[in-house]
Design a binder for this molecule. Structure first.
Ligand code: NAI
Ligand code: MG
Length: 353
């Protein structure tokens, strides 16, 4: 297994160090992998003048999986758009054709009080949102702001091809098959033709997955149902824009940004794995960041790119154990638990493994 590690900026290097320790702990168990590290984001701008150097992209292309920390920070905010750290992230996603974004929203029982919803509504919550990441209105042409009839008009194009819908649908059906065989496809077919096609293709695809129960929901209702009765969902599949919004909504049901991993996959299950949070400049360099989202991203990497389900489950169980033992970083701390820093949390996960 070839893994390209990109720690990035802010808390990135701190949380990545703990994630790599967890990987190393599995090496002694017989997992064989090579790790190569490179720069992306602001640190790459400082060193090479660009957020995604050619050498970084070459390493990422040569690897089977990329593990990323986070990029960005106030010291790079004044740079022109092309040089900003976030450009590195968009660039690598596009270059690697990572169209399948998996965003789990899991509520750990020990963190039930962190949710914005009543504990009984979210206890045991475990949703997987599958978001298409390289198409839709975010990339469609034509787009722009122009002058028409003496006033400015702004416009974008919502567009999906059949093949783009089918490939993300397959990712979602395959995941549903590995979970509880329930898939909800979210669209807005009552007003948007593009999403009528989305629904049609999902229905066609379902013929290949007779064992998975496919349902459909309009996006406005889905937004409502997510806060009304989130546990009705298991796997949700949707387009780029609806997925952007719904995955953030679902993440907040778990209340803890420092706990949520993510995966972005290409057609061959090569993937980039990263925490859902950013570089947290407010706590960077202080040893306070929660490394669990990045450690759980390692588990997703082992599951989805390397098919190492047992190793993935071991990491997830180790994380549950440290939470059950009462260890908490600041972002998930509550009275009666033990507040620890980034390194102590990494130590505890490695010990639990
Ligand atoms: P953020 O996610 O970095 O931070 C939001 C809040 O959550 C902060 O108070 C932070 O301290 C806290 N937080 C985040 N991760 C944490 C962790 N692991 N442990 C404990 N607390 C944690 O989002 P924000 O502040 O909007 O963005 C900061 C920078 O990160 C910006 O430059 C932004 O562009 C960048 N960013 C990068 C992303 C990425 O690399 N994928 C995603 C989102 C933002
Ligand atoms: Mg978003």
């Amino acid at each position: 297994m070839k893994i390209c590690v990109l720690p990035g900026d802010g808390i990135g290097p701190e949380i990545m160090a703990q994630a790599v320790r967890v990987l190393e702990a599995l090496r002694t168990d017989g997992l064989a992998f090579e790790i190569e590290e490179a720069k992306i984001g602001g640190c790459a701008v400082d060193a090479d003048g660009v957020p995604l150097p050619e050498s970084t992209l070459a390493l990422a292309r040569a690897a089977d999986a990329v593990l990323l920390g986070a990029v960005g920070g106030p010291q790079w905010d004044a740079l022109p758009r092309e040089q900003r750290p976030e450009r590195g992230l968009l660039g690598i996603r596009k270059a690697l054709n990572l169209f399948g974004n998996l965003r789990p929203a899991i509520l750990y029982p020990e963190l039930a009080n962190a949710s914005s919803l009543k504990p009984e509504l979210v206890a045991g919550l475990d949703i997987m949102i599958v978001r298409e990441l390289t198409g839709d209105i975010y990339f469609g042409q034509p787009r722009g702001i122009e002058s028409r009839d003496g006033e400015r008009v702004g416009f974008n194009t919502m567009i999906y091809s059949e093949s783009e819908i089918r490939r993300i649908g397959k990712v979602a059906f395959d995941i549903a098959r590995k979970r509880n065989r329930k898939l909800c496809s979210v669209d807005k077919m009552n007003v948007l033709e593009c999403t009528q096609l989305w629904r049609d293709v999902m229905i066609e695809l379902s013929a290949d997955y007779p064992d998975v129960e496919l349902s459909h929901m309009l996006v406005d209702n889905a937004a409502m149902q997510l806060v009304k009765n989130p546990k009705q969902f298991d796997v949700v599949v949707t387009g780029n824009m609806f997925g952007d919004i719904l995955s953030d909504e679902a993440a907040m049901l778990t209340g803890s940004i420092g706990m949520l991993p993510s995966a972005s996959l290409d057609e061959n299950n090569k993937g980039m794995y990263e925490p859902s949070h950013g570089s947290a400049p407010d706590i960077a360099g202080k040893g306070l960041a929660n490394p669990l989202a990045t450690i759980l991203s390692v588990a997703m990497m082992l599951r989805y790119t390397f098919n190492q389900e047992a190793a993935a489950v071991r990491i997830e169980k180790a994380v549950k154990k440290v939470l059950a033992d009462g260890l908490r970083t600041g972002d998930i701390y509550e009275p009666g638990t033990r507040k620890v820093g980034t390194i102590d949390m990494g130590d505890a996960v490695v010990a639990a493994l």
